[in-house]
Design a protein around this ligand. Structure first.
Ligand code: DAH
Length: 341
């Protein structure tokens, strides 16, 4: 074979290989170009190489040199085509946000929470009593025996103080005063009166704790709304009209309310408060005229001022309003239930 013939074939091969690799638009195209030009068995470079042996010995050094140049050029073209496709793939991956914006696709749903029915009830009761001139007071859920019992005229040997009927806090060790989870919001009456002089007109709404067996109407944690009005000449008639207004504002005009004589250590006289529910009556809490012993315990002059107080169960009010028949529903936290309010 003539040298010029060999060199022409090399040049033609170089340019067609460089063109093919430059045009390869994806991996399969690149691979078939690689097989065509660089394939170890029947690639074009291989077959041109075979012509090398047929040249005159004197031509071989030049032909060999040229062959290696062309081989390097073709391999280089292959490598840069490979790099080009790889960086193209990287770019696509990093900018792939689902492609161009499609405004017809459904949006990401945005779920809005809502207030728990008990929280809703608390807010509404606060609003109703606010209109009647009662401002909001607060007290701790972990209490001492003075505020939960003693100042409320509940003596040391009273059955309400039985450790089995209360959640005492074990951390209160020897020498420290015993603490308990408050069993009633009446504690806040004492805290308010210790901190301020009459006239007093407050409500307090919050959690109380009792180790009750759980059933449809009992739960070891529940909420009470406590009211207290202390001033000159506050009477039982004020108590009655306030509670009636309270009941009809929250439950509706046609709700009947009933007082039954009862006993609480911190009120005298005391009543139990029933609201009509269906054909019958259900107890919602207690009330009465603040016992002079309580007024004295907080440093008030029991000859000067009188007061009424009441404490009602918030769960029961909420259940009566929404026809909920099992208190446990309120604390199961099943959204299918909670979503209804
Ligand atoms: N603290 C009482 C209870 O938990 C309810 C109560 C009764 C509250 C009479 C009062 C009251 O303020 O005057 O059962």
């Amino acid at each position: 074979m003539a040298l010029s013939q060999f060199l022409d074939a090399l040049n033609a091969l170089e340019s067609s290989a460089v063109r093919a690799f430059g045009a390869a638009a994806d991996e399969p195209a690149l691979e078939s170009a690689r097989v065509e030009f660089l394939g170890a068995k029947s690639g074009q470079l291989k077959s041109v190489q075979k012509g090398l042996g047929a040249l005159a010995s004197a031509d071989k050094p030049l032909a060999g040199k040229r062959f290696h140049e062309v081989k390097a050029a073709i391999e280089g073209a292959f490598q840069s085509a490979k790099d080009r496709l790889a960086s193209l793939a990287d770019e696509e991956a990093s900018t792939d946000d689902g492609g161009p914006l499609d405004p017809t696709l459904p949006g990401t749903p945005f779920t809005l929470g809502r207030l728990h029915p008990i929280t809703q009830t608390i807010e509404e009761l606060t609003e109703i009593m606010g209109r009647l001139g009662f401002s909001l007071a607060d007290g701790p859920e972990i209490e001492d025996e003075w505020h939960n019992f003693e100042a409320l005229n509940i003596p040391f040997d009273h059955p309400a103080r039985d450790p089995l009927d209360n959640f005492y806090v074990a951390a209160a060790t020897l020498g420290e005063k015993p603490l308990l989870l408050r069993s009633q919001t009446s504690t806040v009456q004492i805290r308010v009166m210790e901190a301020a002089k009459p006239p007093i007109r407050v409500i307090s709404l919050g959690r109380v704790y009792r180790p009750d067996e759980v059933d449809a109407t009992h739960y070891p944690m529940f909420h009470q709304v406590e009211g207290l009005w202390v001033d000159r000449r506050v009477t039982m008639a004020d108590l009655k009209s306030t509670l009636r207004l309270f009941a009809t504002s929250y439950l509706g005009r046609d709700v009947h309310i009933r007082f039954r004589p009862s006993f609480f250590p911190f009120t005298e006289p005391s009543v139990e408060v029933d609201f009509q529910w269906g054909d019958g009556w259900v107890e919602f809490g207690g009330a009465g005229m603040v016992d002079p012993a309580v007024l004295t315990a907080v440093g008030y002059d029991a000859e000067e001022v009188t007061g009424f107080a009441f404490g009602l169960g918030i769960e029961r009010l909420c259940m009566r309003r929404h026809q909920i028949t099992d208190i446990r529903e309120l604390f199961r936290n099943d959204v299918r239930f909670l979503r209804q309010f």
